[in-house]
Design a protein around this ligand. Sequence first.
Ligand SMILES: Cc1cc2nc3c(=O)[nH]c(=O)nc-3n(C[C@H](O)[C@H](O)[C@H](O)COP(=O)(O)OP(=O)(O)OC[C@H]3O[C@@H](n4cnc5c(N)ncnc54)[C@H](O)[C@@H]3O)c2cc1C
Ligand code: SF4
Length: 585
Amino acid sequence: MAESEIDLNKTYDAVVVGSGAAGGMAAHVLTSRGLQVLMLEAGKKLPIEKELRSMEWPYDNAQRGELPPDRHSLTFNEYTIRNPPYGPGFEKSKHLHSYIGNSDYVKNIVVDERENPFTGTNYAWVRARCLGGKTNIWGRLALRLSDYDFKAKSRDGFGEDWPISYSDLAPYYDKVDLYLGITGVKENLPHLPDSIFQRPTKLNCAEVTLKQGLQKMGRVLTQYRAGVTTDGLKHNKYRSRCWGRGACERKGGCDIHAAFDSPTGLIYPAADTGNLTLRTNAVVREVTVDPQTGKASGVHFIDSETMKDYNVRARVVVVAASTLESARLLLLSKSPLYPNGLANSSGHVGHNFCEHIMGPGVTGQAKDLVGKPPTLDDGRPGGFYLTRFRNLAEKHPKFIRGYGFEGGSGARMFPQGTDAHGFGASFKEEVRQNQGSYISMGAFGEVLARYENYVDLDPVVKDKWGVPALRFHYKFGDNEHRMAEDMKETAQEMFEAAGFKITHVSNRILTEGWSIHEMGTARMGNDPKTSVLNQFEQSHDVKNLFVVDGSAFVNASCQNPTWTIMALCWRSCDYLADELGKGNL
Ligand SMILES: Cc1cc2nc3c(=O)[nH]c(=O)nc-3n(C[C@H](O)[C@H](O)[C@H](O)COP(=O)(O)OP(=O)(O)OC[C@H]3O[C@@H](n4cnc5c(N)ncnc54)[C@H](O)[C@@H]3O)c2cc1C
Ligand code: SF4
């Protein structure tokens, strides 16, 4: 993609901060509506295919795919015994990464924790500062929310309802499906609406056994609904259809871009309209305000390499820096008119922060598959999704809301079971005998959006660019702990019903943040006293300011957020373009 030069004398129609799922979608919608858009991205544009090296064999990599010795990625235990910022105690490592930065393939995609510190309560905060953000390595599970989520308060009394219903968003989910491609199978479930699916992947033997076992319990297992184009996209020359190499599962990305990523899915096509200017290495540190009108006037950014400061002007500011970074930016944007930060007259910016709780899960073995001839099972972009079954028709006595499981089975390049004891020929034989028979799954549950779970600015600690760091005040509550107990029990119950031998049960709750699904720090609502944005992700206080990422979520649901982030963003940017055209912004 050819980058055009930023024009500091120009007033752009819109400046978009961030280039992940949300920023990319904003760029796509606004440029296709004819707006002149400037996209500012804090990170570099990486040669992503060279980073991911999807076809590299383990033995062709000096460290067999592991991190080079001068780098370290935080482990579960390190998150629990050390306090943020996580720099101290790891002085021997030149670079320090979050738990997800544990391979040679993603080491340059995720941030260095020392350059990007945060403080407060423990949080496994995974950030990708590069063009495309976290979409370069996301897990691809692309799910819709339903009115069980949008109207959750009406069902159980907790929190707030969203100011929209599923019917408002459904046409935009459809647009996202058709523009980006998604694989899956229709199930007609009211709590997990179907997408417009391309060719589905196949379940393997043990997965089908589990699916059949669950049918008797009224529970549904379906193929992994992956944000991957299996049929190809005629309108996008940057993406190939899925070749079924499974590299996205092993290495965390897809170098032929069958799996959606924001650059090839959204940003390069937006640039082809001639309406997009992209500036990477641009760390936005403030949304500027016109003191006469109170409206946003543009942004102030620092070049991450030269440390030089710049101001750019725009008629509309679209914040899409990801849920936590967007809250940070609003809080950083203090002025005499907005002393608590921008768009924050409600005091809710940074609050109602929510995500998914993870950890409980189960591993088992389908005994009838032991010793069967080897199969090729990991040539697909995901295994299965076991959909929510709690608090739908019946009310659980111990907790509200729900959870689902992600899982998989079958023979893989790195066989399950290699952690068994032993060595030599007998060990190899044992692995060969057993490998295709293992099946495992782990739960993702809704963390309630509570006002007291929040982030603010640390008064002392700053990042490499002198920008105040974020401080976390965030803990799982009783509802989450009770839900996690249930996850562990139902996981076993379902494997037993399928006739599997259970080999491992995990009841350990992973550190807050592990799900990498952050939401809620600038929630939408009808009441400006208790919400930051309206239903179009437009600030109640500053009408030419939009926040179009997971910040706008009112609750977390238990379904993964990215497809919803993009559907909401598309809807909001359509409204933005209409309003700008009418002179209302
Ligand atoms: C390993 C992994 C697995 C995941 N699996 C799934 C999954 O299966 N399903 C799912 O739905 N979601 C999944 N996610 C989450 C998904 O990636 C995010 O929901 C999605 O990327 C959010 O998009 P975003 O645009 O809000 O943020 P990001 O993708 O993080 O993009 C934000 C961008 O803003 C830039 N930025 C930040 N601050 C500034 C600033 N001050 N100035 C300029 N630019 C800035 C960042 O550098 C970044 O490029 C996963 C994430 C990871 C890492
Ligand atoms: S399985 Fe499909 S999406 Fe995954 S790496 Fe291979 S081609 Fe890409």
